[in-house]
Design a binder for this molecule. Structure first.
Ligand code: SF4
Length: 424
């Protein structure tokens, strides 16, 4: 989900905010009625991960007793989310640090689809499976590190920049990232069905009464977990406001629930152009055939796609990981847009890298892959200070004749500044 989906594809303020299902939306959590594990899971050792993604898909279909039709149905995927560590331990061996964790503070949830990646990738596993490190809270960490609550004039709206705002329409995500900026509200289930529509209506009214707002980022939680009807209710309401020029949606759905990108959904979305999407990707291993197809369907509907990636220690803090992620996104028709420094949420220290690491990565990308594939590296300033771009030191200084630079290979370059004709 911010102008940043931050790591939260999504962005918000709103504690005490929660989601209840609409008629057409699957229940966020329904593990009471999960299908029983197939007998092999009771009798055999859990798989030791790191099988291929496709092997794990087959394993999980068997585990959930799911048909292909079930697996490809996004409602089925949401209904069968894994939301308890005990349940997760039936399909994978938890490490001692994972066993010692609890899911008390941050919400926990993984779609069966994304679980197949968790099983095949230690990098993705670290993004989804809690460890005891989450309980270590550093002095600089805060539940609302971007001070979004202070910048919220009305429930559902965060207004930080002059011409745009965030519209937080849900607190539900189909898969819960352990580094989520809005972990304080995502998954809290506080926005009940009865008040949800009223909240949306009030927020749309607030935007209509603020002619300076020309760009609205619809975020959450993940807006694409709402039903088509509810997404359309929101988009239609925004599109009827003459001064709203651009609508953006922040989502991680193509990565964690690609089955949600249906023909009906894209047919509806394309009625509300100019519509952009900010997608949240973490690692090149997320670019499966299903995810690339979902991106293609959105791109074919004329929706410009950008990606946002959180820089995460020992997960993607390496040029050799970021390079295939950025070039893979380009191939999937998604423009790499931002790499974010991880926000200071409670228990995030094990995810955070030094800023020098982010600069090193940008230096390793710029000039080495096409400029179009190089995102901006951003620190979303604590206490609502806004996004600050970070650049390696290409600029070395200046004198009366021009400026001194370093190119992508570190070679010194002199660029003469223009003089007036009379000076010559
Ligand atoms: S949990 Fe949801 S809102 Fe938070 S970063 Fe992940 S996808 Fe975005």
């Amino acid at each position: 989900m911010n102008e940043r989906i931050s790591l939260s594809c999504c962005d918000t303020k709103m504690d005490g905010f929660s989601l209840e299902n609409s008629d057409n939306e699957p229940p966020p959590v329904s593990n009471e009625e999960e299908p029983p594990p197939v007998s092999s899971c009771e009798d055999e050792e859990p798989p030791q991960g790191l099988k291929t993604y496709q092997e794990n898909v087959e394993f999980l279909k068997q585990y959930f007793n799911a048909s292909d039709e079930d697996w490809n149905d996004w409602h089925w995927q949401v209904k069968n989310r894994i939301t308890k560590l005990d349940k997760l331990s039936e399909i994978m061996d938890l490490s001692p640090l994972e066993r010692l964790s609890s899911t008390g503070n941050l919400p926990f949830g993984i779609t069966p689809y994304y679980a197949s990646l968790v099983l095949s990738s230690n990098n993705i596993r670290k993004c989804m499976v809690p460890t005891i490190s989450e309980t270590i809270v550093s002095a600089e960490e805060e539940t609302d590190p971007l001070s979004e609550q202070e910048q919220s004039p009305i429930m559902g709206i965060v207004h930080r920049y002059p011409d745009r705002c965030l519209f937080l329409v849900t607190d539900f995500c189909s898969a819960n990232c352990r580094y989520c900026t809005r972990s304080r509200m995502v998954g809290q289930n506080n926005l009940k069905k009865g008040i949800r529509k009223i909240m949306w209506q009030n927020a749309i009214k607030w935007i209509a009464n603020h002619p300076e707002i020309r760009d609205v980022l619809v975020s959450g939680g993940d807006p694409l977990t709402l039903s088509d009807e509810n997404i359309e209710f929101i988009l239609k309401g925004l599109r009827e406001i003459p001064h709203v020029e651009v609508i953006r949606i922040g989502t991680k759905v193509p990565a964690v629930l690609p089955q949600r990108i249906t023909k009906n959904l894209v047919r509806m979305l394309k009625k509300y152009h100019p519509l952009y999407m900010s997608l949240h990707f973490t690692h090149p291993e997320e670019l499966t055939e299903e995810t690339v197809k979902a991106c293609s369907m959105l791109a074919d509907a004329g929706i410009p796609l950008g990606s946002q990636t959180v820089l995460l220690k020992d997960i993607n803090d390496d040029v050799e990981i970021m390079k295939p992620l950025m070039t893979g996104l380009m191939k999937a028709r998604v423009k790499p847009y931002y790499i974010y420094q991880c926000d200071l949420i409670p228990g995030s220290r094990h995810f955070r890298t030094p800023v020098s690491k982010g600069l090193e990565i940008i230096k390793g990308l710029r000039g080495h892959i096409s400029g179009y594939a190089v995102p901006s590296y951003i620190i979303d300033a604590p206490h609502g200070g806004g996004k600050i771009p970070m650049l390696p030191e290409y600029y070395q200084g200046r004198d009366e004749n021009g400026i001194y630079l370093k190119n992508y290979e570190g070679k010194p370059i002199f660029y003469p500044e223009p003089k007036t004709i009379f000076e010559d």
